[in-house]
Ligand binder design. Structure first.
Ligand code: FRU
Length: 327
């Protein structure tokens, strides 16, 4: 109603230039439209730690009512995040961690557990005498990449028959593609485990260009499992990826929790989002369901717009009637 309080929520993103982060931003915006009094002040650090630190300090200086932070790299961003918290601004950390307990709430899925699940999945594929796995890393300073590596490595059966090669991609499809191509020969590679789907798909593309047979044989495993055309769930459905793990964006949860904090409601220190394995058995069904959800979301948006229009016409009529009565 009209007496709703006004809040400005600062959002410090490591970047908004990939599909997962675009999805997170959209989830935030859609949820924020539930709270007319809430506006988002969005900063995009374009994957630069110094820029992100500067932007967080700007938000503190502006005295925004709350700050949501998705850190580019965990260690370098910690100080600025803690500064916000110590300045008395409620702080929500989302996705990648900071290395401190000084924040209001953390929202995210457990990347160590996702890495472990990927490792167990790979174990179930180890049938040959010798297996070579290529692990394509996300940005090494991101807690998500580190945790995805550690969980994977802890779960994987390590013996003389299993070799793991490391390739760096820093979350980027192009970088992953170039560095995979640089391996030169793909005959001995059996499995590619990439820290996100864009890099898993890029690896497949790189190999397809020089050795299509290898590309068909190799099993590609990614993380994110986004809905939509050209994204992870579809790629699993169509057989380009053998599996992917859902990494929920938490965007909608972050906005809801922000609203609760701003209205003085108690919140948890930690919201654990759940992941799930997407493989050929469930990808088709899940893809359909996500399409359906997107459809509903669309309808809701349309109805919301219709309602807005109706209300403003109604208010116009009301005012006109008042005017006529006055005359
Ligand atoms: C996007 C992204 C996602 C990944 C997440 C991890 O920048 O790389 O693909 O799941 O960050 O923090």
């Amino acid at each position: 109603g009209g007496e709703e309080k006004e809040f400005v929520v600062g959002v410090s993103h490591s970047s908004i230039n990939d599909s997962w982060r675009k999805a997170m931003m959209l989830d935030m915006q859609v949820k924020a439209s539930d709270y007319p009094g809430m506006t988002l002040d969005v900063k995009d650090a374009d994957e630069d730690n110094d820029t992100q630190i500067k932007q967080i300090r700007e938000l503190i200086k502006k005295r925004v009512d709350l700050i949501i932070i998705s850190a580019n790299e965990s260690e370098p961003i910690t100080t600025a995040a803690v500064e916000a918290y110590r300045a008395g601004i409620p702080t929500i950390i989302i996705d990648r961690k900071i290395y401190s307990e000084e924040y209001t709430t953390f929202i995210g899925a457990d990347n160590y557990e996702i890495g472990r699940a990927a490792g167990l999945f790979v174990n179930s594929l180890l049938k040959k005498e010798k297996t070579t796995i290529v692990e394509v890393w996300g940005r090494e300073g991101s807690s998500s990449a580190l945790d995805r590596h550690n969980g994977f490595s802890d779960a994987l059966i390590h013996n003389n028959n299993v070799t793991v090669k490391t390739v760096y991609g820093r979350w980027h499809r192009d970088e992953a593609k170039v560095n995979i191509a640089a391996l030169g020969s793909f005959e001995n590679i059996d499995i590619v485990y990439a820290h996100n789907d864009p890099m898993a798909l890029a690896a497949r593309e790189a190999i397809m260009e020089v050795d299509p047979q290898a590309a068909e044989r190799i099993k590609f495993i990614g993380i994110d499992a986004l809905p939509g055309k050209g994204k992870g769930i579809e790629a699993v459905r169509d057989g380009y990826l053998t599996a992917s793990f859902v990494y929920p964006t938490g965007g909608s949860t972050a906005i809801k929790v922000a609203w609760q904090i701003l209205n003085g409601m108690p919140v948890s220190k930690h919201y654990a989002l759940t992941s799930a394995l997407i493989d050929k058995d469930n990808a088709g069904t899940i893809y359909l369901q996500t399409e359906q959800l997107a459809d509903y979301q669309d309808q809701i948006e349309k109805q919301r717009n219709n309602l807005d229009k109706m209300f403003s016409e109604y208010r116009f009529l009301q005012n006109s009637v008042g005017l006529i009565l006055l005359l």
